[in-house]
Each structure stands twice: as C-alpha cells, then as structure tokens.
Design a protein around this ligand. Structure first.
Ligand code: FMN
Length: 370
C-alpha cells in the first residue's frame, strides 16, 4: 500500500497570505487519510484546540512612537546565533507529502536561516538533511529499544553537524489517535524511518494478569535512568521536549539538562493537557533565566510568537504548518511559510514597541482587571 504524491505548486497564488491558507489548500495536495494523520490530535482533540484558543485569549498592548533604527530579531540559543526565534519542529515521515521530504524542508530552513530539528523518524538520511542547511540544526532523539542503537544515532547526529539533541519524552507510547483510526490511515510500506536500524525487541511474553500497556508497550519506554545514561554518553547539549510539569523540569535540571521544549506534541499525545502557552510561565519560573525554554503547539501567527516570548519562551517551534506548506509547494512553500511568520513577528514587534526580543516581556500583554 502507498499513498500518491500529487504535483506541487511552483508559483504561489496571491491568496496565500497567512499560515492558515496553507492548511486550507493542503487537502487538495494530499490524500484525505494523510491530511487527517497530520491535522489531528489525540482522542477528542481538546488539547489540540486549547493550544490555539489559549493564544487567541491573550491580548496585546500596542506601544507608540518607539525608535526602530537598530531593531532586529536576533537571539542566541546554547551559544549559537539565530537570525530569528522560529525553528522547524521535528515532524516524522515527511515523505508522505513530498518526494524530497526533509531535504526540501532543510532547503527552506537554509533560505530563511531558520533552525531545523530533524526527527528520528525522518524519511531521508539525517546526514543529507544536515548537509542541506547551513542554519543551526538539532537532532530530535527517540530512545531506541537498545542503547547501542540509541548511541549509534547520537554519534551519527554529532558527526553530521547537529549541535544539540532534542530528546522527546512525552510519547513513551502513542496517545489515543482516534481521528487517525477513524480515517483508516496506515503508514505505507514505502515510508520508512530509514535512520533507525532498531526494530522493537522481540514481543514481551505476557501472562493473563499482565497489561498489554504497562508490561507490554511501556516495557521499552525510556526512564530517568536513560536520561542519566545519555548525559554520560554525549557531549552534545540535551534539550528535553514534552516537559509540562515543573517537577519534571526540576528533576531534569538536576541531571544536567541544557534546555526544554514546553510541548504537548501538538495535542497528539495525552488529551486534555493544558495549552502549552498556559504551562510555560511555571516552567520558566522553575528553570530560571539562563536555561533556554522553547515552546510549540498552535503557533500560527507572529502575535503567537510574540506572546510566547512575552511569557518566557526564548523561541518557538512550528509543527504542522511546515508540512502543509511542504505538501502545497515543497521547499518554496516552507520558505514562504517561514517568511510570513518572520514578517508577522516583525510587524507585531513594531506595533508593540519592542525593537529587540529582549524588550518583549509580560508587560506587553494586556491583563484585564479581575
Ligand atoms: C504529523 C506529525 C508528526 C510528528 N512527528 C514528531 C516526531 O517525529 N518527533 C517529535 O518530537 N515530535 C513530532 N511531532 C510533534 C511536533 O514536533 C510538535 O511538537 C507539534 O507538531 C507542535 O504543534 P503544532 O503542530 O501545533 O505546531 C509531530 C507532529 C505531527 C503533526
């Protein structure tokens, strides 16, 4: 079984003016089950909706008559310079929507000087993806069933120029993917996570009292011991993605973790988790000012990026919109999507009177009287 790849636009129509336009057009460029696989969230999709509703519920203050001569969106993360605080989130299996898959995404990241996070489940070799962009690049790590396979991935990442590991910890097992189940989507045989040699270990033998979830699927899930092991086995900075509880952040800090992505996996993991923007301030408070904290989930507008920065994020990750843009117009689409977001962020900074990212703070948000 395989899904067809439809032809892409080589020129962009005038009516693509915001990220939601790529989502509007995407269903014309990919089969319906593939669209559902990308769009959907877990179970009843409460968290998926909350991520964007929470951004929309926040109001901004405009500020006037500020000098923008020296304005810029530059920032530093883990000692690296970023032209702007917008990174491409790790998104698996991009070969589902484009034959060039992550190579096209990396080309777009390069053109727009956007940070790229390559998924463990990429459809193209991680070395080729890295070679396609000169912008900062990090490798997203899913622990493999064997430590040797995990170590091999980490060593390949370091050798091919990825400068940090983003260890995703919020999906030790998949959440309930009910919309995907209803759509009949299946990962086709021609789409493979070609960077991972490791298959699941031989199935665990369970007795009737044992749970297929706890003693079955969770038997290969990583624990804090694996984070300690990883810390001892790589020089690369380690960022944990999918942290939402401040106590988990605190524990991670005690193990020498270098950064965090506040994420609920785009609402695809545990349904009814809070919106990420609502969880952000508590994480920022616990980790202090010096550790990078990034955020993803529902970031669709420059105003969303600005609000995330106001509440303590150093940068944001963009998930689904990169795949919609890739599906519609390949590398051109992803580059345009990034440009739209960057321009929107600059417009927001201009209208909120913030010439640099450092000027963005909680006072930029309007707080209604209780
Ligand atoms: C189709 C799809 C595949 C994803 N694959 C991965 C992955 O391989 N690794 C990972 O850490 N996160 C993965 N994510 C989560 C994203 O990195 C990110 O957290 C999320 O998409 C952000 O929310 P947004 O889509 O609302 O921007 C995936 C998300 C989607 C939609």
């Amino acid at each position: 079984m395989s899904y067809p790849i439809y032809e892409k636009l080589t020129q962009l129509p005038n009516d693509i003016v915001a990220l939601e336009d790529y989502q509007r057009l995407a269903p014309d460029f990919i089969p319906e089950p593939v669209y559902t696989y990308i769009r959907s969230g877990g179970a009843d999709e409460h968290t998926l909706r909350r991520n964007s509703d929470a951004f929309n519920a926040l109001s901004l203050y405009n500020r006037v008559l500020v000098d923008f001569d020296q304005a810029n969106t530059h920032t530093q993360l883990l000692g690296e310079c970023f032209r702007h605080p917008i990174l491409l989130a790790p998104v698996a299996h991009q070969g589902l929507v484009h034959t060039d898959a992550e190579l096209a995404t990396a080309q777009a990241a390069d053109a727009l000087e956007a940070g790229l996070i390559c998924s463990t489940l990429a459809s193209k070799p991680m070395e080729q993806i890295a070679a396609n962009t000169t912008a900062p690049k990090w490798f997203q790590l899913y622990f493999q069933a064997s430590r040797q396979h995990t170590k091999t991935l980490v060593e390949r990442a370091a050798a091919s120029g990825y400068t940090a590991l983003v260890v995703t910890v919020d999906v030790p097992i998949n959440g309930l993917r009910n919309p995907i189940q209803r759509s009949g989507f299946q990962l086709p045989d021609n789409i493979q996570a070609i960077n991972t040699a490791s298959k699941s270990q031989s199935p665990v033998e369970l007795n009737p009292e044992q749970s297929i979830i706890f003693q079955g699927l969770m038997s290969e899930a990583p624990t804090w011991r694996d984070i300690e092991w990883l810390r001892q086995n790589t020089q690369l900075p380690i960022i944990l993605k999918g942290i939402s509880h401040p106590k988990d952040a605190q524990r991670a800090l005690s193990l020498g973790i270098d950064g965090f992505v506040v994420s609920n996996h785009g609402g695809r993991s545990l349904d009814t988790l809070p919106a990420t923007i609502d969880m952000l301030p508590a994480i920022r408070q616990i980790v202090g000012d010096t550790i990078p904290v990034l955020l993803d989930g529902g970031v669709r507008r420059g105003t969303d990026i600005f609000k995330a920065l106001a509440l303590g994020a150093d940068a944001v990750l963009i998930g689904r919109p990169q795949i919609y843009a890739l599906a519609v117009a390949g590398a051109l689409g992803v580059a345009h999507m990034l440009k739209l977001l960057r321009d929107e962020l600059e417009v927001t900074m201009a209208l909120c009177g913030c010439p640099t990212l450092k000027d963005i703070n909680p006072d930029c948000l309007f707080k209604p009287k209780a």
